[in-house]
Design a protein around this ligand. Structure first.
Ligand code: PLP
Length: 379
């Protein structure tokens, strides 16, 4: 079955008792059992819920994964994947990543005895140099948030195999429509479904996919023991969003290419980060491991932080807001928003500049999107 068909059908057979075509919202915490020790596969909704199960099966199929688990947020999914590790374990992490992931690693998990080394994973030798005997996991984002670096997943996967470590990839920016990290050798995929998969900026959610039974069992045990599960209504919204992921991603990408081309020909842009541009250092790797370049663009306008803030304030179609991946266009000033949790010196050393702006290009009409940027860049 192809992607668009799986998104609409996998895990979503008509309801057995009513024939409902759409998976119902099973808004129940518990299930009546015919006799002690006997139930119909469902006992308590922290452990299992039919709406959540439909979502998990559908998203797992989109990642070509054997197993999938849904969580209450992308961060809950990340925390669940990190639960595969124990005190004393070391993790090599891509240095450009979502600020909230950095905060979880640096402020929460470091207190539990995990150690982290942040490297520019676009250079495989840098990753190799950071490996230690205690390294148990490599954590990647690609494309990275917010600098849109592209990391060669297959190259890092073979290094990870040689060291017998786990490779986890946050696939939020690419989505399974454009990239399937398990097929490239990764062991674990994490998503913030809040973004493109949900796609309508109306539900927070997360997802973990893997092929190995042992990893699945441990993460599922964590899902039930810690309890960071999404409610049935949020699962319904996310599943409804996933049905149109293919359609939406094509439009996001088409509009993002047009915006990148528009920004590239302006003389008042200092730096532009979009992997679809041939000048992007990761363009060739992106062409190899992705089926498109996605809808995210970052740029630094000339004129420093003051001009960047003026632009972010002046857009009308682009809302100044955190998050990404919804149908509507968003503009973000990472330093004061999504990446505010990263200390200034660390952020600056990694190239996350005060004047950096990030665009989540929506699926409004291309001409309106460009006209909006055009009027804002005149400020
Ligand atoms: N991973 C990436 C790449 C993100 O951009 C985000 C949120 O912005 C997350 C994970 C966390 O997801 P959530 O906000 O759903 O917890």
């Amino acid at each position: 079955m192809e992607f668009a068909t799986k998104a609409i059908h996998v895990g979503q057979e008509p309801d057995k008792t009513t024939g409902a075509t759409i998976v119902p919202i099973y808004e129940t915490s518990t299930y009546t059992q015919p006799a002690p020790g006997q139930h119909l596969g469902f006992d308590y909704s922290r452990t299992i819920n039919p709406t959540r199960l439909a979502l998990e099966r559908c998203l797992a199929s989109l990642e070509n994964a054997q197993h999938g688990l849904a969580f209450a947020s992308g961060m809950a999914a990340t925390a669940a994947a990190m639960n595969l590790l124990s005190a004393g374990d070391h993790v090599v992490v891509t240095d450009d990543l979502y600020g909230g992931t950095f905060r979880l690693f640096d402020k929460v998990l470091a207190r539990y005895g995990l150690t982290f080394s942040y490297v520019d994973a676009t250079d495989i030798h840098t990753v190799e140099t950071a490996m230690r005997q205690s390294t148990r996991m490599i954590w990647l984002e690609t494309p990275t948030n917010p600098l849109m670096k592209i990391i060669d997943i297959a190259a890092v996967a073979s290094l990870s195999k040689a060291w017998e470590t786990l490779l986890a990839v946050d696939n939020t920016f690419a989505t399974p429509y454009l990239q399937n990290p398990l097929d490239l050798g990764a062991d674990i995929i994490v998503h913030s479904t809040t973004k493109y998969i949900g796609g309508h900026s109306d539900a927070i959610g997360g997802f973990v996919a893997c092929n190995r039974d042992d990893l699945f069992q441990t993460i599922k045990f964590h899902q039930n023991s810690v309890g960071g599960v999404p409610g049935p209504f949020d699962c319904f919204l996310t599943l409804r969003g996933a049905k149109t992921l293919a359609l939406r991603m094509r439009e996001h990408e088409r509009n993002a290419r047009a915006v990148a081309t528009y920004l590239a020909q302006r003389s008042d842009i200092e730096k532009l980060y979009y992997p679809g541009l041939p000048a992007h250092p990761g363009h060739e790797v992106a062409k190899r491991q992705m089926r498109g370049f996605g809808g995210m663009i970052s740029f630094i306008p000339k004129g420093g932080a003051a001009r960047a803030k003026a632009i972010a304030k002046a857009t009308k179609i682009f809302s100044l807001a955190e998050s990404l991946g919804g149908v509507e266009s968003l503009i973000c000033h990472p330093v004061s928003m999504t990446h505010g949790a990263i200390p200034q010196d660390v952020r600056e050393a990694r190239g996350v500049h005060d004047a950096l702006l990030r665009l989540s290009v929506g699926i409004e009409a291309e001409a309106d999107i460009i006209a909006d940027l055009d009027q804002a860049l005149k400020k």
